[in-house]
Write a protein that binds this ligand. Structure first.
Ligand code: ADP
Ligand code: MG
Length: 240
């Protein structure tokens, strides 16, 4: 579903992605971890062309992401993105946040898009918040709305960039549970997170990045019990 081939990217003089080869199969849940500044967000943002690249190629579900001829709307319809800071539209209700893109992009009618939104809100456990504004919700609820909003486009892939890092500790699990259910339903997911319980429970692969390089790719089991690389070992000793 996702294939990086020798991807390089610079921010000015900073070589932020170095010869990245990265593969995600259909139904895989790939967890990306690594120190702050190692390039995790940049990598995941390249997948739906939130960032340009300087060399190499990325193919997502048959679409050459950085080919100017690729339809960006179609790409972003297939690839949902959940941000650390939720990024909900503050002046819109929960319902309108979720139905906006389906109405605009998929031309889904009012009634149908509302029904889909209500189903998704039930799925993420907040069906009673449809008419609330984001500021009236807790961080955990806002993030669950953001996930519902991503799912409303019926994506084939969901990307998550540290979705629980901005949450108070007691709200982390309610978001992780929604993500775990999604994983069990077979959604293809790339998740940047340091929630190692999540990685162990539903991860198919763990990718460790350091300094713009994919240092290690392993099964969660091997990653945690028998990491191959010294830098991985050092990282794990700090976070576990
Ligand atoms: P991570 O998500 O692993 O913390 P990032 O991908 O956000 O890492 O950042 C990787 C490196 O690129 C960091 O050194 C960061 O400061 C730098 N960086 C990120 N975004 C930009 C940008 N828009 N312009 C310049 N440098 C950036
Ligand atoms: Mg980041």
């Amino acid at each position: 579903m996702i294939q990086f081939d020798k991807v390089n990217k610079w921010y000015g003089d900073l070589h932020v992605l170095k010869d990245i080869d990265f593969h995600v199969g259909a139904g895989d849940v790939t967890v990306v971890c690594g120190p702050s500044g190692s390039g995790k967000s940049t990598l995941i943002r390249c997948i739906n062309r939130l960032e340009p690249i300087d060399s190499g190629s990325i193919v997502v579900d048959g679409m050459a992401v950085h080919d100017p001829k690729t339809n960006l709307t179609r790409l972003r319809t297939e690839v949902g993105f959940v941000f650390q800071q939720f990024n909900l539209y503050p002046h819109m209700t929960v319902l309108d946040n979720i139905t906006l893109a389906p109405k605009k992009v998929r031309k889904t009618g009012d009634k149908e898009s509302r029904e889909i939104a209500m189903e998704l809100l039930a799925k993420v456990g907040i069906h009673d918040k449809a008419d609330a504004y984001p500021s009236q919700l807790s961080g955990g609820q806002q993030q669950r709305v953001a996930i519902a909003r991503g799912l409303a486009m019926k994506p084939r892939i969901m990307l998550f960039d540290e979705p629980t890092s901005a949450l108070d500790p007691e709200m982390i699990n309610e978001v992780l549970e929604v993500m775990m259910n999604l994983a069990r339903e077979g959604m293809t997911m790339v998740v940047v997170t340091h929630e190692m319980g999540f990685a162990r429970e539903v991860g198919s692969e763990v990718v460790f990045m350091d300094n713009g390089v994919v240092v290690e790719t392993n099964t969660p089991e091997a990653f945690f019990t028998n990491p191959e690389n010294e830098r991985t070992q050092l990282f794990l000793s700090k976070i576990l």
